[in-house]
Write a protein that binds this ligand. Structure first.
Ligand SMILES: CC(C)(COP(=O)(O)OP(=O)(O)OC[C@H]1O[C@@H](n2cnc3c(N)ncnc32)[C@H](O)[C@@H]1OP(=O)(O)O)[C@@H](O)C(=O)NCCC(=O)NCCS
Length: 370
């Protein structure tokens, strides 16, 4: 831990508990990018350019998060990347290339958000899609990427970052677990996502109603944004994303196979809201793909959380998703058993860079990464 030892993050559990608020101010922010090894150069990436979008897509498709044996890898579609990385808020996308070869070696991205840490609204950069090409790993490129995006964020007066990782770094504010709800039993068995079981029994057990029966349930419309924003910001988590109306308009606008958002409306009043996003997982040995829905933000006042999530399961199933994934954050533990979720093997650690908040329990966390 030579890089992380010198970063403004608590190094131990004790330090985590003792650190409160901003850890250090930004001083003498360099106007020049970090120095790279000979032969490499920085690129800032513009997603409105189709060639650039394709370069990022290919880097991630071939090198992003995989399991330990490299049998399965995430496949974030181009539409997904456009949605994730073109929000109206400031988005930084740093890349490295090599002279003489236009392929991307690595990227890191960050989007400006407001996160409530206890009672303080903090401007943060939410980090995502850190990826180093397989041929360039273990050469210290990650620390350079982190330093460069920190420098760029500091120039925009953003001093704090949020990020998640399955890897253990100093020091998680919270460790969360994935839970899975089977939708398409046959596809999940074929993919080896779930252990071999009696298929007919599983299909019967996981059967869902063909459509949602909640009165007033419908897809979100742009005119719902202000009310949805108010509903979401009423949540009371220790670590919580705070939205503005323009975030809702952008983030939750339905895009097929990317993001799906629903509301319950009664006489013009929006009382409940739920959403999920979709990512494909590629089995590299079998060459088959499953589609995963991830539980995204929600708020409920007239229907139970269990009914809201059941409705999202039905919508996911109708959109031909194979499995619905959830972390044990927010109030999610309350519906796992009744809605037939199974605990997964994956852990996800939550981190704060340059800010002390102490330790959180999973149900203190109301921030969701893509
Ligand atoms: C994660 C990944 C970027 C690390 O690259 P790498 O070449 O192994 O790392 P480098 O040799 O450049 O740098 C090593 C440093 O980065 C740190 N590091 C490793 N993974 C990290 C992560 N996800 N976030 C932040 N730092 C990380 C290491 O702890 C080490 O720092 P240390 O010396 O203080 O311990 C690379 O393995 C990768 O692209 N994996 C697939 C995509 C992925 O998992 N991305 C992370 C999603 S959270």
């Amino acid at each position: 831990m030579t890089f992380w030892k010198n970063q403004p993050v608590p190094q131990t559990r004790n330090e985590l508990e003792e650190t409160n608020g901003l850890i250090r101010e930004a001083v003498n922010i360099s106007k020049n990018p970090c120095k790279l090894p000979v032969g490499m150069y920085w690129v800032s990436l513009d997603l409105t350019n189709e060639t650039t979008l394709n370069e990022i897509y290919i880097l991630l498709k071939n090198n992003y998060v995989a399991d330990a044996n490299e049998t399965v890898r995430f496949d974030y579609s181009k539409d997904f990347l456009k949605w994730a990385l073109s929000s109206p808020n400031l988005t930084l996308i740093c890349g490295i290339k090599q002279f003489g070869n236009s392929n991307l070696i690595s990227i890191i991205t960050g989007t400006q958000e407001i996160t409530k840490c206890k009672d303080v609204h903090v401007k943060v950069l939410a980090i995502n899609f850190l990826c180093v090409h397989k041929n360039f790993r273990l050469h210290g490129i990650t620390p350079l990427m982190i330093q460069e995006i920190t420098r760029q964020a500091n120039l925009h007066n953003i001093l704090v970052a949020t990020y998640t990782s399955g890897t253990f770094l100093p020091t998680p504010i919270c460790t969360t677990k994935y839970w899975h709800r089977t939708l398409n039993s046959k596809n999940l068995l074929d993919f080896d996502f779930i252990p071999k079981l009696n298929l007919q029994e599983l299909i019967k057990k996981m059967k869902l109603p063909s459509k949602v029966s909640t009165n007033g349930w419908r897809s979100i419309q742009i005119t719902d944004s202000k009310q949805v924003c108010e509903l979401l910001n009423k949540s009371k988590y220790k670590l919580q994303r705070i939205f503005e109306t323009q975030d809702i308009e952008y983030l939750f606008k339905n895009i097929p196979k990317v993001i799906s958002s629903y509301v319950v409306e009664n006489n013009g009043i929006i009382t409940d809201f739920g959403s999920f996003y979709q990512v494909s997982l590629h089995n590299l040995n079998k060459q088959n793909i499953i589609s995963i829905s991830y539980c995204y933000y929600y708020a409920h006042t007239t229907i139970s959380l269990e009914t809201l999530i059941q409705n999202l399961l039905i919508e996911s199933n109708n959109q031909k998703c194979d499995v619905f994934n959830c972390l044990d954050i927010m109030d999610n533990v309350s519906f796992f058993e009744n809605l037939k979720f199974d605990i997964g093997t994956g852990n996800l650690n939550y981190y704060l860079y340059n800010y002390g908040l102490g330790k959180c329990n999973p149900n203190d966390v109301g921030v969701i990464f893509l």
